[in-house]
Design a protein around this ligand. Structure first.
Ligand SMILES: Nc1nc2c(c(=O)[nH]1)N[C@H]1C(S)=C(S)[C@@H](COP(=O)(O)O)O[C@H]1N2
Ligand SMILES: [Mo]
Length: 198
């Protein structure tokens, strides 16, 4: 085998893909603020509620029948681990929000079990967020948010709500679980926005 000197391939040096203050991990830590809810797919639904109170609901069959994508993305947790090149399957939020008439600027994401997190609505558009239900070709396991979680990889991973139940669209920003406890309202890992005021 001939290795061409100076050929670095398509893969970048891992260090250059790590936001400031992060380290690389190869396992997949589980971080949950409470117990893993047991969810029955027959009763599961994903609901987007507009600022006018109009609800758009998809059951499991409907969600998994929508066109899906297989994004490969890097994950950055505020507890400083990063995991590179994870592959998921899910529905782009662009597809789900297409059906929704809204003038809202903010989203409050709600999970089964009560977890919440907030982000600007525009951060869920233009191919930046997915409702994912497979991880590395397998059904998403409950510990990591199965049957379905939000995936918003350009923000710290606490924004990627596990066991997601729906999204409330709001005219005014409302802090979620960690945001109320002092974490940053936006959470850009490249700007190291870990805590309020960062
Ligand atoms: N519903 C819910 N979603 C959640 C959490 C949680 O406690 N409950 N933890 C968040 C945090 S802080 C992180 S770092 C990631 C962890 O995802 P993982 O357990 O799949 O690594 O999920 C996020 N989503
Ligand atoms: Mo986290």
């Amino acid at each position: 085998m001939v290795v061409t000197r100076g050929f670095h391939g398509r893969r970048q040096d891992a260090a250059s893909q790590l936001p400031p203050g992060q380290y690389l991990t190869h396992d997949f830590p589980v971080l949950s603020a409470g117990p893993t809810p047991r969810l029955d797919l027959d009763r599961w639904a994903f609901v987007i509620r507009s600022e006018a109170g109009v609800e758009h609901r998809w059951n499991w069959r409907e969600v998994t029948a929508l066109p899906s994508e297989t994004p490969t993305v890097d994950l950055h947790c505020v507890t400083r681990w990063s995991k590179l090149r994870t592959t998921w399957r899910g529905v782009s939020l662009d597809v789900l929000l297409e059906a929704v008439d809204t003038a809202a600027d903010y989203a409050l994401v709600r999970s089964y079990g009560g977890y919440t997190t907030n982000l600007p609505l525009e951060d869920m558009l233009d191919g930046q967020a997915w409702l994912v239900y497979e991880y590395e070709g397998e059904p998403l396991e409950p510990a990591h948010g199965g049957p379905a979680r939000l995936l918003v990889p350009h923000l710290y991973l606490w924004k990627s709500a596990k066991w997601v139940q729906g999204i409330d669209l709001l005219f005014e920003d409302e802090p979620g679980f960690w945001e109320t406890l002092g974490y940053h309202e936006y959470g850009d890992p490249w700007r190291e926005q870990r805590y309020q005021g960062d």
